[in-house]
Unconditional design. Structure first.
Length: 391
C-alpha cells in the first residue's frame, strides 16, 4: 500500500510540469505539489502564491501521514512497522526538500510561512528496527514450512530486511536458504528403454541443449545431475524404439535412349527428282537417329530410426504432466553404375553415377548419431514451446 503511494507520488511528479501546484494539491497530490512549488521557488522566493500553496500542501501531507502512523500504531499489527518506517522516511525527506528555501516570507501577510521541522531520527530508527525484527522473524517462520511458495515470500521479506540493515544478523545465509528452498530444479536427461545399446557419446550430444533462456528467478535447468540437489521435475527423453536396417544392395538394369541429329536428306518429287525451292536451291531436311546405352546400376541403402517420447514428470508425485512423441530417421543412399553402349544417350544424372564404385556402408552407430542430431533439434523446439509448463 505504501509502495503504491510512493509510486503515485512519483507519477504525479512526472506530470507536474503540465499542472499547477494548486491543482495538484487540490487533487490530493500533496508531494507532487510540493515538488512543483519548490522547483518554481528556487531563485525566485518572491512568488507568494507558490509559497502559500507550498505551506498548505506541506501541512496537509504531514497531517495525512501523521494520522496514518497513529492509526497503524493503534492497530498494533507487527507487520505495519515497515509501513510506519516508510512514512516517517517520507516525512523526513519532505522537510529536507524544503529546508534549503527557508525562511520564506509572505510580504502581503507580513509573516514567514510556517513549516514545522521535526527531528524524526528516533522514530525512524525505532520503526526501522521493529520492521527488520518482524520481517526477519516472520520470514524464518514461513521458511520452516519448507514450501516453495512460502520460501519465495520469505525471500522477498528478507530482501526488505537487507534493505533496512545490510548486515542484519545472518540475513545473507537465510537469503541463500530461501533461494534454494524456493527454486524449482528441472533435470533434463535421456533414458534408453529399448535394450539396444547406443553410442557412448549419444546422450552427451543429445543433452547439449542450451536451456539458460528458459530459466527464471525461481526456475533452473540442469543437464547434469548434482548429487546434493533434489530435482522437482524431470524432462525425460525416453528412447522407446531404435532400429538400424540391414545393409541392402539392389541391382537395377535399364536402358536410356536419345534422338540425335544424323545429317540431312534431299526431298524428292513424285518422279524421284530433288525438289527445288523458289530460288532454285535443293530442298533438304534434317535427319535423326536414335542411340541407346544399357546401364547396370547398384543401389545401396540403409536406414536408422530413433523414436520415443519427451516426458514432463513431476518428481514429487511421479505424475506425467505432459508427453510429446519424438522420432527421427537417417537414410544412407548411394548409387554407382557401369554403362554399355553410347554414353551420350544418358541423362546428366545418370552420367554422374557412371564410373563410381560401391562404397563402404556407414556403421549403425554413425547413423544413429546423425539421427540424434535431427532429434536434438526436434527436442529443443518442443522444450522451448513448452517453456511455461513449470511456471
Amino acid at each position: 500500500m505504501i509502495k503504491n503511494i510512493i509510486i503515485g507520488t512519483f507519477v504525479f511528479f512526472l506530470i507536474s510540469s503540465c499542472n499547477t501546484s494548486l491543482k495538484l494539491m487540490q487533487n490530493g497530490a500533496y508531494d507532487a505539489a510540493i515538488q512543483n512549488s519548490v522547483s518554481k521557488l528556487h531563485g525566485k522566493k518572491h512568488k507568494e502564491k507558490e509559497i502559500i500553496v507550498l505551506e498548505e500542501a506541506y501541512l496537509k501531507a504531514n497531517n495525512r501521514d501523521s494520522e496514518k502512523i497513529a492509526y497503524l500504531k493503534k492497530e498494533g499489527s507487527p507487520d505495519s512497522w515497515n509501513d510506519v518506517y516508510l512514512i516517517y522516511s517520507q516525512m523526513n525527506k519532505r522537510q529536507e526538500i524544503i529546508k534549503p528555501l527557508l525562511p520564506l516570507h509572505l510580504t502581503n501577510q507580513n509573516r514567514d510561512a510556517k513549516f514545522d521541522i521535526i527531528n524524526y531520527d528516533s522514530e525512524i530508527i525505532s520503526a526501522k528496527k521493529n520492521a527488520a525484527e518482524y520481517l526477519y522473524t516472520h520470514a524464518l517462520s514461513i521458511l520452516d514450512k519448507k514450501n516453495k511458495t512460502e520460501a519465495r515470500n520469505a525471500y522477498n521479506e528478507l530482501i526488505k530486511v537487507k534493505d533496512l540493515f545490510n548486515n542484519y544478523r545472518d540475513v545473507d545465509a537465510e537469503l541463500n536458504r530461501a533461494r534454494n528452498l524456493g527454486t524449482s530444479y528441472v533435470l533434463f536427461k535421456m533414458e534408453n528403454t529399448t535394450g539396444v545399446p547406443l553410442p557412448p557419446s549419444f546422450e552427451e550430444e543429445l543433452t547439449k541443449i542450451s536451456l539458460a533462456e528458459l530459466e527464471g528467478d525461481w526456475l533452473k535447468y540442469h543437464t547434469r545431475r548434482i548429487k546434493e540437489l533434489t530435482y522437482d521435475y524431470t524432462i525425460l527423453v525416453n528412447m522407446k524404439n531404435i532400429d538400424v536396417s540391414p545393409e541392402a544392395i539392389k541391382e537395377i538394369n535399364y536402358t536410356e535412349s536419345k534422338v540425335i541429329p544424323d545429317g540431312f536428306q534431299y526431298v524428292l518429287d513424285a518422279h524421284g527428282n530433288v525438289k527445288k525451292d523458289s530460288s532454285g536451291n535443293d530442298i533438304k531436311v534434317p535427319k535423326t537417329k536414335t542411340i541407346s546405352c544399357n546401364v547396370s546400376e547398384n543401389y545401396q541403402n540403409k536406414k536408422a530410426i530413433i523414436a520415443g517420447s519427451l516426458d514432463y514428470i513431476d518428481n514429487s508425485t511421479n505424475q506425467l504432466l505432459k508427453t510429446n512423441p519424438i522420432a527421427s530417421e537417417n537414410f544412407f543412399e548411394y548409387r554407382s553404375a557401369i554403362a554399355i553402349g553410347d554414353i551420350t544417350a544418358l541423362k546428366p544424372e545418370t552420367k554422374e553415377k557412371i564410373g563410381r564404385r560401391p562404397v563402404p556402408f556407414p556403421s549403425g552407430f554413425d547413423m544413429l548419431l546423425k539421427a540424434g542430431e535431427t532429434l536434438k533439434g526436434m527436442v529443443k523446439n518442443i522444450v522451448y514451446s513448452n517453456k511455461a509448463i513449470f511456471y
